[in-house]
Design a binder for this molecule. Structure first.
Ligand code: PLP
Length: 394
């Protein structure tokens, strides 16, 4: 479809969310697409089968349900094509496998999602791929780290758990001077608050598990490429036998319809709580890109349209107090906040951040880091719950 024929050209983000991947009259007028579950697809005759002369041929190659979600994500990301993966982690690892070959070198941001580091350290070396981690604050200085065989630069902004921002346009400019592919894990912002491909990134990755699904019950990932890089990503996905399940794709498409209003609420509540925490004596620092006190604030303000609802803070600890014990006392004092991994759902969650796997970045000296996912509860109730945590740790 060209820009002029696309009815979503120029509409606002929430309108776009309600109409992306939407085609009711393909399904008798029912607003949502059916969940088409498939392995086998029948062909009407032998000739059509020989020539694969129809749109759908086998379950791993997509169904109307998974296509509806891919169309929606293409629309939101401004992408040439999107693949679905069974988790956000797989969306990153399959993207790396698509572009990296034996003898290549990749630059991975040190604030990367932890399980991606595990993949880079345990799987990539077996295929003869070298990895170096880089400081997220290097920005244009990343140029000095390129080797003749650097083929991929992975970014994630803000970074996992510590929320460092990255100067994406500066990194893209350096990487493209060296013919390297730039990938970005954009799970925190979603394409509503930052569109990586508009800033020159080649592949934008999201854990749909988080805000798109929104209810803590689905695992799914997407990787969306620009026109130059789409063919290779699509081929790698087919070759690896990766696909997203139609039931999960249906739920994520359904989640997208309300993602805009949910994100507004997550953002406003998280910011209110971040500001409240910043004013407390038992908090040493708050790590949230939308706080003017945060080192990455200027980049966030320049490039992002909004913020997510997950951030961290450093719990202040008296001299000689044990960081882990203090963090555990705080977490055990909470009752509305669940103790659990992941984020993007309706319930607030808390955990202690472990930075032991970082190569460059160092854990703060003031105290343990606590990460909060702010859900859809009332802010006053969440503050009261956090106050109970501070009392328990005090
Ligand atoms: C959660 C997360 C992932 C992984 O998503 P899963 O679906 O849980 O595998 C990847 N990147 C970031 C930034 C995440 O927060």
């Amino acid at each position: 479809m060209n820009e002029r024929d696309n009815p979503l050209t120029g509409v606002g983000p929430n309108t776009r969310l309600t109409r992306a991947g939407y085609s009711p009259f393909d399904y008798h007028g029912f607003i949502n697409p059916p969940t088409v579950r498939a392995s086998t697809v029948l062909f009407p005759d032998a000739r059509t089968m020989e020539t694969h002369g129809q749109k759908y041929t086998y379950g791993t190659r997509g169904t109307p349900t998974t296509d509806a979600l891919c169309d929606a994500i293409n629309e939101l990301e401004g992408a040439a094509g999107t693949i679905l993966l069974p988790s956000g982690l797989a969306a990153v690892t399959v993207t790396f496998l698509a572009y990296l070959s034996a003898g290549d070198h990749a630059l991975i941001v040190d604030s990367v999602y932890g399980n991606v580091r595990h993949f880079c350290d345990s799987v990539l070396p077996r295929f003869g791929i070298d990895v170096d981690y880089y400081d997220p604050s290097l920005d244009a200085g990343i140029e000095a780290l390129f080797k003749p065989n650097t083929r991929l630069v992975h970014t994630e902004a803000p970074g996992s758990n510590t929320f460092e921002m990255q100067d994406i346009p500066a990194i893209v400019a350096a990487a493209h001077r060296h013919d390297a592919v730039v990938t970005m894990d954009n799970t925190w912002a979603t394409p509503l608050n930052f569109r990586p491909l508009d800033f020159g990134v080649d592949v934008s990755i999201q854990a749909s598990t988080k805000y798109p699904a929104g209810h803590a019950d689905i695992l799914l990932g997407t990787a969306s490429a620009n026109a130059t890089h789409w063919r290779r990503l699509g081929h790698a996905n087919g070759a690896l036998g990766m696909c997203g399940a139609p039931d999960d794709a249906y739920q994520v498409l359904r989640g997208l319809r309300t993602m805009g209003v949910r994100l507004e609420r997550h953002q406003a509540s998280a910011l209110a709580i971040a500001e409240w925490l910043e004013a407390r004596d038992d908090v040493a620092r708050v790590l949230h890109p939308a706080l003017p006190s945060f080192p990455g604030f200027a980049i966030w303000k320049r490039d992002f349209k909004g913020a997510g609802g997950v951030f961290s803070f450093v719990l202040a600890v008296a001299p000689h107090q044990d960081f882990k014990a203090k963090a555990q006392a705080f977490l055990d004092g909470l009752s509305l906040f669940g103790l659990g991994y992941s984020w993007g759902g309706f319930q607030s969650l808390a955990l202690r951040v472990d930075l032991e796997d970082r190569r460059i970045l160092r854990a703060p000296k003031e105290g343990p880091i606590i990460r909060l996912q702010i859900g859809l509860e009332d802010v006053d109730d969440l503050k009261a719950d956090l106050a109970r945590g501070f009392d328990a740790a005090g």
